[in-house]
Design a binder for this molecule. Structure first.
Ligand SMILES: [Fe+2]
Ligand SMILES: [Fe+2]
Length: 258
């Protein structure tokens, strides 16, 4: 089973870039399944049914999210209805949406779990114990599991890699929008990377135009951020999963969108 995971798609430049890059990425990575983080796909913050559809149209089988998932109120009903978009599993049980899903295709059943870090981000429950419960529950009914750990700090993400090593095929980090150079298969057989990066403009500050980001940082005043548009790159990781449900390899994906 080959899995292509793509990091946070930022706004319409990210959605267009993803669509433009996918044919070549399919050729290169030959994925059976494509999972994309879409938490920034609607105007740079949040997700809607329409931006999710754009990501599906580009070739995603399943969409993960993160802390911006509830930005657009009109998406709540969609999150409850769809079984192809997940939000962090350790959010409050009554919140819109679900925390895990299964892709069931010719290559086997891949369970996808979304978790939020709790250092610098808010979540209802501890990510590590939530991971334990879900791995136990989903493990019985799937061929492999992957976790999108949407978290702020490198230490928490590295720790999650070790926590789940040997129990899931992959732990991929998202949220910082900056790719890290530490992709590897851990000794127990879990592919791990602290952050895959984003799918968006490199001409900005993690997806927004530098002018707004700088104004905010320099003055501390409320500032309107605009999505950056130029030099869009697609960032992610290609993971090869064996019949034991563990990883044989992880290769970082960093490609210009056109
Ligand atoms: Fe993000
Ligand atoms: Fe985020």
């Amino acid at each position: 089973m080959r899995l292509l995971f793509i990091g946070d798609v930022v706004g319409s430049p990210g959605r267009r870039g993803l669509a433009a890059a996918m044919p070549e990425l399919r050729e290169r990575c030959q994925p059976d399944y494509v999972v994309v983080n879409g938490e920034n796909s609607a105007g740079g913050l949040g997700i809607t049914e329409s931006t999710a559809q754009d990501i599906f149209d580009a070739g995603a089988d399943l969409i993960t999210t993160g802390n911006h998932v509830y930005r657009h109120r009109e998406a709540y009903d969609f999150l409850d209805r769809t079984d192809r978009v997940v939000r962090p599993a350790n959010y409050a049980h009554g919140n819109p949406g679900r925390g895990h899903a299964v892709i069931d295709g010719a290559a086997g059943r891949l369970g996808v779990v979304n978790l939020s870090g709790t250092v610098g981000l808010k979540a209802a429950r501890n990510a590590f114990t939530e991971a334990d419960a879900l791995v136990e529950r989903l493990g019985r009914d799937t061929d492999a599991l992957m976790v999108d750990f949407h978290a702020e700090v490198t230490s928490e993400k590295v720790a999650m890699g070790w926590h789940l090593d040997g129990r899931v095929a992959a732990v991929v980090g998202t949220h910082t929008h900056v790719p890290t150079a530490d992709g590897r298969v851990l000794p127990g057989g879990t592919a791990f990377i602290t952050d895959v990066g984003m799918t968006g403009s490199r001409a900005g500050v993690i997806g927004v135009k530098p002018e707004g980001a700088l104004k905010s940082l320099i003055t501390g005043m409320p500032t309107r951020f605009e999505t950056a548009e130029d030099d869009v790159w697609v960032m992610g990781a290609s993971i090869e999963i064996n019949e034991k449900g563990l990883a044989d390899s992880i290769e970082q994906v960093l490609v210009p969108a056109d």
